[in-house]
Design a protein around this ligand. Structure first.
Ligand SMILES: Cc1ncc(COP(=O)(O)O)c(C=O)c1O
Length: 435
């Protein structure tokens, strides 16, 4: 298979650009060609017919440069640089500047919520949100999530209690949440994993019945909906990460969004040391502010979000079509009646697939396809939780099963169909079991 395409990314130097590279054909609403990131040559003449063609067996890798799962989506360079130049001219670099304020307004109006409190990253946003909600004692979270969901609690000496997930959705199983409630429980943090909504209604019912606070880690869910409503307005507040690897990034960044005026006001104080004006601190706080340059990146990328999602969707469909014919591999589905960002291409490896999940990842890495075992081995298997709860696995069977089976494949504005079909051809050879 001739694998040829444009891969965009962080400081990756490809071969000579001989003009044979195809630029991803996306256009902005104003019709201007969208320069996502600089071109990198990932052409490959490699054809995988059998195990002998695999890099792990000594053949050259399929791609000359590593292809990462979370390559940044970067919007229109010109518009970003114009904003950056305006910031430098203004001399207002941080401290709730005009760009950060505009960013908050745009995000709130895009998500249909009253308040967006922009922050320096998603982890600090989680910490501030949980503190503003006065969570303490124990808070129920999934173990099958990025470690920051648990650490944001532990950092404040709140105990994360891990509840199991539904193996079909990878999100919290409400029955498991219910089982983990104790007299010390004060709240629940649902995670909209892979951008697919948590069981919001069921968690709301549990929270109501047990008088618990409910919030969501929506780090994966920017631009995704539940019953046609964009994630952001559920629970008492929702937290987004705008990290460079997310579908929508501000280099580093995050936000808490809420419809609660008092909560928003409290979080604004908390993210700015508790200052309510010059020389007047009225609350304990930290430094969670978003810089002007981060907000400028956010405004630019928000304008290009539709393009990013369209590319992800095209890639997702291309993977799905190619993987459909490989027995033992299945792709996590997105509900097509909802809005999705298709940021994650999640493949589950069935127990009968002849090659073990970890070996598949090794084989892909040898081809320079840096697939990931997200979120293996589960937060409960990482410190300090592993030491605190050595037997947690007993109540987390689905977390173990899913985290042992998942492989996340690269997508984003980096990839095109030929490269994707090349990646899937590697998996196709593995299905024969002869490696
Ligand atoms: C589910 C989840 N929660 C929290 C975070 C933390 O966000 P940040 O990296 O912006 O601090 C991330 C990602 O990084 C995440 O994937």
């Amino acid at each position: 298979m001739k694998v040829k395409g444009v891969v965009t990314g962080l400081g990756v130097a490809g071969g000579a650009n001989d003009g044979s590279l195809k630029r991803i054909g996306v256009r902005n609403s104003d019709g201007a060609s969208m320069k996502l990131v600089r071109d990198v040559d990932v052409t490959s003449d490699k054809i995988i017919r059998s195990a002998a063609d695999l890099a792990i067996n000594g053949a050259p890798p399929m791609f000359a440069e590593p292809i990462h799962v979370g390559r940044p989506n970067i919007g229109d360079h010109k518009r970003f640089l114009q904003r950056a130049s305006n910031i430098l001219d203004s001399g207002w670099l941080s401290n709730n500047g005009p760009i950060a304020q505009e960013f908050e307004q745009r995000i709130a109006s895009f998500l249909g919520v009253k308040h967006c409190v922009a922050m320096c990253n998603g982890t600090i946003a989680l910490e501030i949100a949980t503190r503003a909600l006065e969570l303490k004692g124990e808070v129920i979270v999934p173990s099958y999530t990025f470690i920051a969901t648990a650490h944001a609690l532990q950092w404040q000496e709140i105990t994360p209690i891990f509840a199991d997930i539904d193996p079909a959705t990878h999100n919290l199983d409400p029955a498991a949440v219910w089982r983990m409630i104790t007299p010390r429980t004060t709240g629940i943090i649902g995670v909209h994993l892979w951008g697919r909504a948590s069981p919001v209604k069921e968690l709301e019912a549990i929270a109501r019945e047990h008088n618990l606070r409910l919030m969501f880690d929506a780090s994966h869910g920017f631009g995704c909906s539940l019953n046609g409503e964009l994630l952001g307005g559920f629970g008492e507040c929702e937290v987004f990460s705008f990290h460079a690897t997310k579908v929508f990034n501000t280099f580093e960044g995050g936000a808490v969004v809420t419809n609660n005026d008092t909560l928003a006001e409290k979080m604004r104080l908390m993210r700015n040391f508790g200052f309510s004006g010059y020389d007047n601190v009225i609350y304990p706080g930290t430094n969670g502010k978003m810089s002007e340059i981060a907000a400028a990146m956010g405004l630019t990328n928000l304008e290009d979000l539709d393009d990013f999602v369209a590319i992800n969707r095209r890639n997702y469909q291309c993977y799905r079509d190619a993987i459909a014919s490989i027995p033992g591999l299945s792709m996590l589905e997105y509900d097509e009646s909802e809005r999705n960002n298709y940021q994650y291409v999640v493949v589950e490896v069935a127990p009968y697939f002849p090659i073990a999940r970890d070996r598949i990842v090794e084989i892909l890495h040898a081809e320079n396809v840096l697939a990931r075992k997200y979120f293996w081995p589960g937060c409960h298997n990482m410190e300090p939780y592993r030491s605190y709860y050595p037997h947690a696995e007993l109540v987390l069977p689905n977390t173990k099963r899913v985290s042992d089976r998942v492989v996340v494949l690269p997508t984003g504005s980096a990839l095109q169909g030929d490269a994707i079909r090349g990646i899937v051809s590697i998996l196709g050879v593995l299905a024969s079991g002869k490696v």
